[in-house]
Write a protein that binds this ligand. Structure first.
Ligand SMILES: *Cc1c(COP(=O)(O)O)cnc(C)c1O
Length: 427
């Protein structure tokens, strides 16, 4: 008798998983309201920028969203953008560093965490992640600092905050800025302090897969009024508040969010806290259920973190112990009704863009002769944890699954246990 769905047994699960995004008539009404208002864009340059509190009678959806989202993340200012890639680029440009300055970036992250430096003629230097959390490893950060390092770009990967105590201490001692790529960390916190409030600025994404979404979108949050003003200017193609409309002071972009997107985000915000709390309960529960299973180890949750976002739930698969390739394991899980995948196939520095150093004008940042001999392939020796996570270890589960019930989590654990027990049949 077949023991695995892959071999014809009844799968552990046939029920569909919760859908993402979640929406109802409120989202529909908000969209219609904007449509009928005829004001489809954020019509007031500089509006809301000086305001930490939502204003009475504020009718711009974008201005209202900026205020509520920023405040929820411990910041006085929020500048909404077309996407998280844009808010990262904008934030880096506003720092005004010198060509060829270095930004430390985890090797295990999405490409935008690094390209925002390159887009501003800065050099991303990759740093390995910690084996228990897949977040940038403070000990490796320390080793990577040079006299050209300006910042640590940290990513709260999967919704688990980076070690803010250790990184804050290093940044203070070495005179580095902290920049937070918080694309996975909406509504998360460390010792009660919100993700997004630790850095010079933080950047969030509202792309379709993220824990708060309008299909696309992003925001930069900060407590620094000078940075907020610089970003507002960059977002409006370099205009300056109080100056003529067609007078441009900085090299910027139009990376603005529309009123339609902000209207959806304002409705989605009313569900965010409950969704985050729910994922948190389910994530913790699944970790308990997976703990006794041989050959799989959930990432370690740092208990200083008071809110985990579980944007990605990750566990570590031990290919050596189980003697079965991860790809085969994931395939068998899928047949049992559990969609899982191995995440990034290789660390960021292995992408052709980095290996060939094909950047602006096909070369390295303008005038950065200093970095001519920088070989991105060489980061493989410095980043064994990221290498292993990509090659064989990481298994990702999507956030929407954690909007389900404890029975849904039981299905995941049962399927993992079943595949592990019957692995010999898969070899
Ligand atoms: C999604 C994401 C971003 C921003 O992506 P956009 O799709 O441009 O909104 C940045 N960093 C990380 C780690 C991400 O996952």
């Amino acid at each position: 008798m077949a023991k695995l769905a892959l071999h014809g047994a009844a799968p552990v699960r046939t029920k569909p998983w919760p859908q993402w995004p979640v929406y109802d008539e409120q989202d529909e009404e908000a969209l219609t309201r904007v449509l009928r208002s005829g004001r489809w864009w954020r019509f007031a340059f500089g509006a809301g920028l000086e305001l930490a509190e939502p204003t009475e009678g504020e009718t711009s959806e974008v201005a209202r969203f900026q205020q509520t989202f920023a405040r929820m993340h411990g910041c006085a200012y929020g500048i909404a953008t077309a996407n998280g890639t844009g808010s990262l680029e904008m934030g880096v440009r506003a720092m005004d560093w010198d060509v060829g300055d270095e930004v430390l970036v985890p090797a295990y992250t999405y490409v935008a965490s690094a390209t925002c430096a390159l887009q501003n003629n800065l050099v991303p230097v990759f740093v390995d992640v910690h084996p228990d959390t897949y977040n940038i490893d403070p000990a490796r950060v320390e080793e990577a600092v040079t006299d050209r390092t300006r910042a640590i770009m940290l990513v709260h990967f999967g919704g688990q905050l980076a070690d803010m105590d250790a990184l804050g201490e290093i940044a203070d001692r070495r005179g580095l800025a902290i920049l937070e790529d918080a694309a996975h960390a909406h509504g998360c916190s460390w010792k009660g302090r919100p993700a997004g409030s630790f850095g010079a600025w933080s950047s969030f994404s509202f792309q379709a897969a993220k824990n708060l979404t309008a299909g696309e979108g992003g925001i930069l949050c900060t407590n620094d009024p000078g940075l907020a003003e610089a970003c507002e200017s960059l977002l409006w193609s370099g205009r300056r508040i109080g100056r003529p409309w067609y007078e441009f002071h900085r090299l910027g972009w139009n990376y603005r969010l529309t009123e339609f997107q902000a209207a959806i985000l304002n409705v989605q915000m009313t569900r965010l806290a409950d969704q985050v709390a729910h994922r948190e309960r389910m994530g913790r529960y699944l970790t308990e259920r997976l703990a006794p299973i041989r050959g799989v180890r959930p990432l370690v949750r740092d208990e200083r973190m008071t809110r985990h976002g579980y944007h990605i739930y990750m566990f570590r698969y031990d290919e050596e112990e189980l003697g079965l390739p991860r790809a085969r394991f994931v395939e068998a899980l899928a047949a049992e009704g559990i969609p899982a995948f191995g995440g990034y196939a290789f660390p960021l520095y292995r992408n052709p863009m980095f290996l060939d150093k094909r950047f602006i004008n096909g070369a390295f940042p303008l005038g950065s002769a200093y970095h001519e001999d920088l070989d991105y392939a060489a980061f493989a020796q410095k980043c064994p944890v990221s290498e292993r996570a990509c090659a064989s270890e990481a298994v990702w589960l999507e956030q929407r699954m954690f909007l389900g019930s404890e029975q849904d989590m039981d299905d995941i654990a049962e399927a993992v246990a079943r595949v592990v027990e019957n692995r010999d049949a898969l070899r």
